[in-house]
Ligand binder design. Structure first.
Ligand code: SF4
Ligand code: SF4
Length: 497
C-alpha cells in the first residue's frame, strides 16, 4: 500500500475523496491507507503536498496487467476500475460475460452482435487479440463478433435536457464537486445540451472526476452539477431534469412562431391576440402568416422582444416565462397602437409549453388590464400543453475506437476503419447500435439507455471503458486480417463463461 508522510500531510482529505476503492481515511487529520490500496497512483497525483508515495509490491497481491495502471490487488479486493478481483490468488473479471441480452430487433446478418462485450475484460497491451472472438451462423451466413472492454481516452457524454429553463450561457463551464467536468453546448430544438468530458478534460488536473462523471451519466446514475454563473442541475438519463431544485415537466411544442403555426385555428374566436413567449422565438398571432390564413391582420399589439421577421421576435434568455427574461406576463406587452387596436380586445400571453398563461384586456387609453381566464381560453392553453412531450434527460456516450484498440481485432488497422465506414463491420456498444461519424477515425455515438445495464467503467489512466463489439461476416474478417486462429464458437464461450 502507499506510504503517507505524516509530516507533510495536512489532512485536506482530497485523497480520501478521490480513492476509487475506499482505501484511505482520515484519522486525527492525517491520511491512513488500508489493505484495499492497489497502488493505482490517484492519491499520489491529486495530493498537492506530495505527502503520498508508492511502496514495494506487498506479498499476497496480484498485479493486474489489463491496463497501464497495473493495480496490485490483495485477496478479496478489486482493482481501481472495480472490474478485476483477486479471488484466492486468481485474478478474475468480476462480471459475467453478458452473452444473451435484450437488444433492438433489427434485420440483417450483421445487425446484432453474437455476444456483448459487457464483462469481457480487456486484452492489454493492445497487440494481443481481443478477449473474445466468436463465430456463429446467422441466416445461413458465418458471422464473427469481436468483443473487448476498451479504455477510451477520447470519450465523453452529450447530455440532452428537454427544457425551456435557462441553465447558463453557451460555453459556460460545468462543475461537479467544484471541479470542471464539461461545458454548456449549443441549444438544440427544444433542448439544452451539455458536453461532459472529452480528451482534454480527461487528461487535465481533474481527469479522475471527469471520468467518473462520464461513467455515472452513461450508467444511468443521478449526477449533480453546477453551471458557472448559471443553474444547479440534477440529471439522470430517462428522468425529468431538476433545475435549481425544480423538476421540469414539459418540453416545448415548438418555438413561439411554431406554436402559432400549429394552433392558429384554435385561437380564432377565443382571443384577439396571442403572444407566445419563448427564449428563442416569441410569436405574435395576429401578425403571423398562419394568423392571416385564419383571417387575422395585425392587432396593433407590440411584444416585448427584438423583431426578427414578420411575427417572429427574438426572446432574451432568463428565468422568466418560456425561459425568457419576462417574469410577469404583462411585461410581454411592450405597447398597444390604439390607431389600430380597439378597447376590449383580449390578449393571451402564454408559454410554448402552455404551463403558464394569463389574459389581458386592452383599455381605451392603450393600457392593458388583467382578466380572469375563461374556460375556452383555458381549453386553448391546455391543448398546447397536451401536445408537449414529457421533459426528460437523455445521454449520448461518444468515443473513439480508431486507435490502438484496433490491434486486438485485426492486423490491418486501416482495413478495419475502412470496413466500419463501408458498413462491412457493424459497430455496437453493449449491444446498442452506434452512429459512426463520417471522416477519419472510428468516432461513434450511442444512446446510453440502449446499452446493457451498468456496462461502462473507468480506469485511472484516466479513461472510460466501453463495451465494444465488431460484427462482420467471417469471410470479411479474414479479408481484413482478423485473428482467425482465436475464433471460438458462442457455445465454447458460453461453456467457459
Ligand atoms: S494508490 Fe489508489 S487505491 Fe491506493 S490509496 Fe491511493 S487512490 Fe487509493
Ligand atoms: S484499473 Fe487497470 S490495472 Fe487496475 S484492475 Fe482495472 S484494468 Fe487492472
Amino acid at each position: 500500500m502507499v506510504k503517507i508522510n505524516l509530516a507533510t500531510c495536512v489532512g485536506c482529505g482530497m485523497c480520501v475523496r478521490e480513492c476509487p476503492v475506499g482505501a484511505l481515511s482520515l484519522i486525527e487529520r492525517k491520511a491512513v491507507a488500508s489493505d484495499r490500496c492497489v497502488q493505482c497512483n490517484i492519491c499520489i497525483r491529486v495530493c498537492k503536498f506530495q505527502a503520498i508515495s508508492r511502496s514495494e509490491q506487498a506479498t499476497g497481491t496480484i498485479k493486474c496487467s489489463s491496463c497501464p495502471v497495473q493495480c496490485e490487488i490483495q485477496d478479496g479486493f478489486t482493482g481501481a476500475c472495480r472490474r478485476y478481483e483477486n479471488r484466492q490468488g486468481k485474478l478474475v473479471r468480476n462480471r459475467a460475460l453478458v452473452i444473451d441480452y435484450v437488444g433492438q430487433k433489427s434485420d440483417g446478418t450483421i445487425a446484432q452482435p453474437l455476444i456483448t462485450a459487457a464483462g469481457a475484460g480487456t486484452a492489454y497491451p493492445c497487440c494481443k487479440p481481443a478477449p473474445h472472438i466468436v463465430s456463429g451462423v446467422v441466416d445461413g451466413v458465418e458471422v464473427v463478433t469481436v468483443v473487448t472492454e476498451a479504455p477510451l481516452s477520447y470519450s465523453g457524454v452529450k447530455v440532452k435536457i428537454d427544457t425551456n429553463y435557462h441553465i447558463g450561457a453557451e460555453g459556460a463551464k460545468i462543475k461537479r464537486d467544484g471541479k470542471v467536468v464539461g461545458m454548456v453546448d449549443t441549444e438544440e430544438y427544444g433542448s439544452k445540451m451539455l458536453s461532459i468530458g472529452g480528451a482534454n478534460l480527461l487528461t487535465g488536473a481533474d481527469g479522475f472526476i471527469v471520468a467518473r462523471t462520464i461513467v455515472d451519466f452513461a450508467n444511468g446514475e443521478k449526477v449533480k452539477l453546477t453551471v458557472v454563473d448559471g443553474a444547479t442541475l440534477e440529471l439522470q438519463a430517462g428522468e425529468r431534469p431538476v433545475i435549481n431544485g425544480v423538476a421540469d415537466t414539459k418540453m416545448r411544442v415548438g418555438c413561439g412562431s411554431a406554436t402559432i403555426g400549429l394552433f392558429a385555428k384554435d385561437f380564432v374566436g377565443v382571443v384577439d391576440e396571442a403572444i407566445i413567449l419563448d427564449h428563442h422565438v416569441v410569436g405574435l398571432f395576429s401578425e403571423h402568416l398562419a394568423g392571416a390564413e385564419v383571417g387575422m391582420s395585425w392587432s396593433g399589439v407590440v411584444p416585448n422582444a427584438r423583431k426578427s421577421t414578420r411575427s417572429r421576435y427574438f426572446g432574451e434568455h432568463g428565468h422568466g416565462w418560456g425561459g425568457t427574461h419576462i417574469e410577469h406576463p404583462i411585461e410581454a406587452i411592450k405597447s398597444v397602437d390604439m390607431t389600430i387596436a380597439k378597447a376590449g380586445m383580449k390578449i393571451l400571453v402564454t408559454e410554448t409549453t402552455g404551463q403558464k398563461a394569463a389574459l389581458f384586456e386592452v383599455q381605451p387609453d392603450g393600457t392593458v388590464a388583467s382578466l380572469e381566464m375563461s374556460d375556452p381560453v383555458k381549453r386553448l392553453v391546455n391543448r398546447i400543453a397536451d401536445n408537449c412531450e414529457e421533459s426528460r434527460v437523455s445521454v449520448i456516450y461518444t468515443g473513439g475506437t480508431g486507435g490502438s484498440a484496433r490491434a486486438g481485432v485485426t492486423t490491418q488497422p486501416l482495413a478495419l476503419t475502412r470496413a466500419v465506414h463501408a458498413g462491412i463491420v457493424n459497430l455496437t456498444i453493449g449491444g446498442a447500435p452506434t452512429y459512426v461519424l463520417p471522416g477519419g477515425g472510428i468516432n461513434f455515438m450511442v444512446d446510453a439507455e440502449k446499452v446493457v445495464s451498468k456496462a461502462f467503467t473507468w480506469v485511472p489512466t484516466p479513461a472510460t471503458v466501453a463495451p465494444v463489439e465488431y460484427t462482420l461476416r467471417k469471410s470479411d474478417y479474414e479479408a481484413i486480417g482478423g485473428h482467425m486462429s482465436q475464433i471460438r464458437t458462442v457455445d465454447q464461450i458460453r461453456e467457459k463463461a
